[in-house]
Design a protein around this ligand. Structure first.
Ligand SMILES: [Zn+2]
Length: 94
């Protein structure tokens, strides 16, 4: 099996900045990274800026979860709401 070590982190497959939340999101191979995968969720996607994570059964799922962490990261959801509120306030001023 391929050994992942993106950026020198054991089990790390990739790290990208989400275009939606502007946070750094990493995909890990759960077993190689030493994460629990006893539920069969072999891949883990982590919002590095907030420390929240979601586990997925395939790398394709993990990568799609990484595109928009506000689907599963509570802190990204809160930040997104704050941005929307600010935008609404700015419009009201006009
Ligand atoms: Zn987040």
């Amino acid at each position: 099996m391929k050994k992942y070590s993106h950026g020198g982190f054991s089990g790390k497959i990739s790290e990208k900045v989400s275009p939606h939340t502007k946070t750094r999101v990493s995909v890990y191979h759960s077993e190689q990274a030493g994460f629990d995968y006893s539920d069969g969720q072999r891949y883990t996607t982590i919002c590095e800026d907030h420390g929240n994570l979601v586990t997925t059964p395939s790398q394709a799922h993990a990568r799609s979860a990484a595109v928009n962490p506000s689907d599963w990261c509570e802190d990204c959801q809160t930040a997104g709401k704050t941005r929307t509120e600010n935008f609404t306030e700015a419009k009201d001023v006009k």
